[in-house]
Design a protein around this ligand. Structure first.
Ligand code: MG
Length: 161
C-alpha cells in the first residue's frame, strides 16, 4: 500500500443574505458564507487536502476565484472534478476527517447527512468519514467579522498496477 496524507484548511466570512452550505448540505441559518462559489469551507478544505495528497496544484490554482465559470458554483461539482483528477493520478480516497470551527449554528444534527453525501461522492464507506465541530467558546463573536473554518485530513491510497 502506498498511502499519502494531507491536511486542508479553509475559512470564510459569515454574512447575511447568503445560504449556508457545509459539505454540500444546506443548513437553515440566518447567515451564510461569503465566497465566489457557494463558500462551502468543508468541501474546500477537503478538496485542497485531496489535491495536496495527490501532488496536484491547489484549489485556487485549479478553480480560480477570478474565473466567471466558478461564480456561485456548487462546491460539490468541484469535489466531483477533484475526484476525477485524483483518480487519474492512480489514487483512491481511503479516509477523510473533518473538523469545523464554528460557534453557530450547531452542526451535529447535520453530520449524518454530510457523511452520506461525502460517501456517495467519494465512493467511500461512511465509516471512513469523520465529521465533528469545535466552538471557539464565543471568541469568534468578539471579532469584527464572524466566520466558519474547517480543517480536513485526507488519506489516499495509490493502487500499484
Ligand atoms: Mg474557500
Amino acid at each position: 500500500m502506498n498511502l499519502k496524507f494531507a491536511i486542508g484548511f479553509d475559512i470564510h466570512k459569515l454574512v447575511s443574505g447568503r445560504k449556508l452550505k457545509l459539505c454540500g448540505v444546506e443548513i437553515p441559518f440566518e447567515k451564510g458564507l461569503l465566497g465566489h462559489s457557494d463558500g462551502d469551507v468543508g468541501l474546500h478544505a477537503l478538496i485542497d487536502a485531496m489535491l495536496s495528497a495527490s501532488g496536484l496544484p491547489d484549489i485556487g490554482t485549479l478553480f480560480p476565484d477570478k474565473d466567471p465559470q466558478y461564480k456561485n458554483i456548487e462546491s460539490i461539482k468541484l469535489l466531483k472534478k477533484t475526484l476525477e483528477l485524483v483518480e487519474k493520478q492512480g489514487f483512491k480516497v481511503s479516509q477523510v476527517d473533518l473538523t469545523f470551527i464554528c460557534d453557530e449554528p450547531k452542526l451535529s444534527p447535520f453530520y449524518e447527512k454530510m457523511k452520506k453525501l461525502l460517501s456517495e461522492n467519494l465512493k467511500l464507506a461512511p465509516s471512513e468519514i469523520g465529521i465533528k465541530a469545535r466552538t471557539t467558546e464565543g471568541l469568534i463573536k468578539d471579532l469584527k467579522e464572524e466566520a466558519i473554518a474547517c480543517l480536513c485530513l485526507v488519506v489516499l491510497n495509490k493502487h500499484e498496477s
